[in-house]
Design a binder for this molecule. Structure first.
Ligand code: CA
Length: 230
């Protein structure tokens, strides 16, 4: 299977607790996350890791967010989302002049931040910058656009089928137990009366959707499923 590149994010935030919360949140969303706590370290990490998106505070020690992005812009078009406590209009204008893709004012809701990050990555993906797609034989999955193709033909997957496929791909050929899948996708709760049979039913549906690529989903008897690389 070709490389399943997760989008990588660089978070530059000097408030320790917020940096930690943001890193956990983005990891949970499936991104690779690097964290810097000042502008100089941010610049260094951006050069080293070439992230798909930089989420940065403006007020930072050693070098502020604007200066960091100004320097980064010389060599990179990486999308930038500024986080800031400043509500000042001039400040936003400066940010956009530096090529900010979005601006979010503290305090913000985590849900809003996640949505904005996705939107920026999606736009960047359209411009052909961010890469988050996987190809295995005739199967192509574009995670940013939520698109699946089999031999070039678009397939419509229900959200849970898509999630199932995504988890299997991220497991990179390792077996995932039905319980694991149930817990992750359905947030397993015994009171809901869902059984591992639900997983089997969705796998069956997913296989139907994958048509000629159905054999990529391998049943591991009495245990779970894995995906087969070409
Ligand atoms: Ca700050």
């Amino acid at each position: 299977m070709s490389k399943a590149a997760k989008p990588s994010l660089l978070v530059v935030e000097d408030e320790k607790d917020l940096a930690y919360v943001l890193a956990s949140l983005f990891k949970k969303e499936g991104y690779t996350v690097h964290v810097a706590r000042d502008g100089k370290a941010g610049l260094k990490l951006a050069r080293a890791h070439k992230p798909d998106l930089v989420v940065t505070d403006v007020m930072l020690p050693l070098m502020d967010g604007h200066e960091m992005i100004r320097q980064l812009r010389v060599e990179s078009k990486v999308p930038v989302l500024f986080l800031t406590a400043k509500r000042d209009e001039a400040d936003r204008v400066r940010g956009f002049q530096l090529g900010a893709d979005d601006y979010i004012t503290k305090p913000f809701s985590m849900r809003e931040l996640v949505a904005r990050v996705r939107a920026v990555l999606r736009r960047a993906g359209r411009a052909g910058e961010a890469q988050y797609s996987v190809r295995a034989g005739g199967l192509e999955i574009d995670f940013a656009r939520h698109e699946v193709r089999v031999n070039g033909k678009p397939k419509h997957l229900a959200p849970r089928e898509f999630q199932l496929l995504k988890l299997l791909i991220e497991a990179n050929g390792h077996v995932l137990s039905r319980e694991e899948l149930l817990k992750t996708i359905w947030g397993y709760d015994e009171s809901l009366g869902i059984s591992t049979r639900t997983v089997d039913q969705h796998v069956a549906r997913l296989r139907r959707s994958l048509a000629s690529e159905r054999k990529r989903i391998v049943t591991v008897k009495n245990f779970g499923y894995r995906i087969k690389a070409p």
